[in-house]
Design a protein around this ligand. Structure first.
Ligand SMILES: Nc1ncnc2c1ncn2[C@@H]1O[C@H](COP(=O)(O)OP(=O)(O)OP(=O)(O)O)[C@@H](O)[C@H]1O
Ligand SMILES: [Mg+2]
Length: 365
């Protein structure tokens, strides 16, 4: 399936630099001029998960295979983008295709790096981007809602529900608020997501700071954190430039570098994990002598569909899932210990897979 996190922000704030660090390449051209990126860059990133190492250690697995998350490096947006300014609004389509937004905000002072607005002001920057996304959502939604209203009498239940959700989002957008503020019940969620609104997507603010603030952040990132807290959004601090330099070093040198700037792990890991959490995902594991592997599902997925992530045959022929909770697997030192302790459960088709479950699927061909 592949979940996608779109990297969004003003031009020249460090989006491609972050993307390169995340994907450990220099594939995306990062340079000190606005609108450097035109075509979106797409890359898969391993999701760091310490549990996987623990499981592999217990089972003596030969290989560790983390699950992956896709990041998309998108062209910079400017004031007026929704009306075709800058690189125009064709790039909004790249954002619509993503499941969540990593919004990179410039929180570093550097006279040599141009800021398109001429001053460093993260909250103003956030508002520029958010405004453009809201205007674009508003415009597209108004058109679609008007079209539906015209044929109101012929609408089926789904059509009427869709129109009602559109109107709910329109009230917010007209009031200058993002559509993700809408109250949406669990059984309405699918239809609401199908509206494809950019401001309905969950947002992670990525505060791009200078190297010396990579650990604690600075006064600018603090403003972003305050803003995120107001909206119930998440924020992380990272120094994209330094991370992109660390990412291409050999492993031992990476460790030395991180120690030197007093970081326990690359700041990127925080970005990836936060992106993963944003998408409301869960991880389950398959563990054996050959490999310990992590798999991604949406929270609430039942066992057969979870099995289908590995192979469609597993889903079609699903019989049951031998299930051990992560904590049990660790406490009872593996599968046989867990079985002896009565901690290996046989779960059927209705079982909702939990984050951390170690699973073994039984299926018929
Ligand atoms: N934390 C940082 N500190 C100092 N300079 C940085 C930092 N992060 C990125 N830069 C510099 O900012 C410049 C712009 O970076 P980058 O090309 O990644 O921006 P972008 O957001 O992708 O721009 P565009 O929208 O034009 O594609 C580069 O020169 C990069 O080295
Ligand atoms: Mg770029």
């Amino acid at each position: 399936m592949g979940f996608k996190c779109g990297i969004v922000g003003l031009p020249n704030v460090g989006k491609s630099t972050l993307f390169n660090a995340l994907t450990q390449t220099a594939a995306a051209q990062a340079a000190n001029y606005p609108f450097c990126t035109i075509e979106p860059n797409v890359g898969d990133v391993a999701v760091p998960d310490a549990r996987l190492t623990t499981l592999a250690g217990i089972a003596g697995s030969g290989q560790i295979i983390p699950t992956r998350l896709t990041f998309v490096d998108i062209a910079g947006l400017v004031r007026g983008a929704s009306k075709g300014e800058g690189l125009g609004n064709q790039f909004l389509a790249n954002i619509r295709e993503c499941d969540a937004i990593a919004h990179v905000v410039r929180c570093f002072e550097d006279g040599d790096v141009t800021h398109v607005e001429g001053k460093i002001s993260p909250v103003d920057d956030i508002e520029i981007i958010e405004t453009e996304l809201m205007l674009a959502d508003l415009e597209s939604l108004e058109k679609r809602a008007t079209a539906l209203e015209k044929k109101l009498r012929t609408l089926d239940k789904e059509g009427k529900d869709t129109l009602e959700l559109m109107q709910r989002a329109l009230v917010l957008l007209r009031d200058g608020k993002p559509a993700r503020f809408a109250e949406v019940k669990a059984d309405e969620r699918k239809l609401f997501d199908m509206l494809g609104l950019m401001t309905a997507k969950p947002v992670l603010y990525v505060c791009n700071v200078e190297e010396s603030s990579a650990k604690e952040g600075n006064s600018l990132s603090a403003q972003v954190f305050a803003r995120a807290a107001e909206e119930g959004a998440k924020a992380v601090v990272v120094s994209a430039k330094i991370e992109s330099e660390i990412a291409v070093l050999p492993e031992e040198e990476q460790r030395e570098y991180l120690d030197a700037i007093d970081l326990e792990e690359p700041g990127l890991n925080r970005v990836i994990r936060a992106g993963y959490e944003l998408l409301d995902l869960a991880t389950y594991f398959t563990v054996g002598p050959k490999e310990a592997r992590a798999w991604t599902i949406t929270k609430g997925t039942k066992a057969p569909a979870a099995a289908g992530v590995i192979h469609s045959d597993f889903e079609k022929g699903f019989i049951r899932s031998e299930t051990i909770a992560y904590a049990d697997y660790v406490q009872y030192k593996g599968e046989s210990g867990s079985r002896d302790a009565g901690r290996l459960r046989l779960e059927g088709k209705e079982y909702v897979v939990q984050d951390g479950d170690v699973l073994h699927f039984r299926f018929a061909n």
